[in-house]
Design a protein around this ligand. Structure first.
Ligand SMILES: [Zn+2]
Length: 191
């Protein structure tokens, strides 16, 4: 009897302890483990790129960047310079591939970091910034006009219902005052 009791106690003990162990391993991986995972993702991405599988390469670079970012979040002091350089590298590579494989839908202009921040439309956009109302996920209202944002991979695009954009901006590829208002309000150039 005593042996059976001991056995039962052991089984119950293990089944209580074991899930906790599994959880703690999953929830708190060491920086070395995360670093290794990211390293393999980068290797996989380069292999995919070599095999002209650009979409797979893009996804793997994005994932690798996220894993490196997880190291920074959980262990900010662990090889910080090197990890930050790796994050930057993953983003750069994903961005380059993404620009080749993704395309904005017709009628959208790209919101780019190097958009010229000057001119009449930019100045008016700064004034309109206070009038911006978010009406849906990715949709805004500014002075009676509707601005819609889209995201395709690394590309971010915007479109506006106003005549200035419909007849000029859209055609020649520049932002109207309303798009500028959203860009400034949502700090879209600072990502
Ligand atoms: Zn507009």
């Amino acid at each position: 009897m005593k042996k059976i009791e001991l056995f039962l106690a052991l089984v119950m003990g293990v089944s209580f302890v074991f899930p906790v162990l599994v959880l703690s391993v999953e929830g708190g991986r060491t920086p070395q483990e995360l670093n290794k995972e990211a390293y393999f993702l980068v290797r996989q991405a380069r292999k995919a790129l070599y095999q002209k599988e650009e979409r797979a390469a893009y996804d793997d670079f994005i994932k690798a960047g996220e894993v490196y970012a997880e190291i920074v979040r959980q262990y900010p002091d662990w090889q910080a310079d090197s990890i930050n350089a790796k994050i930057e590298q993953c983003r750069k590579e994903a961005d380059e591939i993404g620009r080749r494989i993704f395309k904005l839908p017709d009628g959208y202009i790209e919101i780019k970091r190097d958009m010229t921040r000057e001119g009449n439309r930019y100045d008016k956009g700064r004034i309109d910034e206070d009038k911006v109302k978010k009406i849906a996920e990715n949709q805004y209202e500014v002075g009676g006009n509707t601005v819609t944002l889209v995201e395709e991979g690394p590309l971010q695009g915007a479109s506006c219902s106003c005549p200035d954009y419909t007849y000029r901006g859209r055609k020649f590829g520049f932002a109207c005052r309303h798009i500028w208002a959203i860009v400034l309000k949502e700090k879209l150039l600072k990502q």
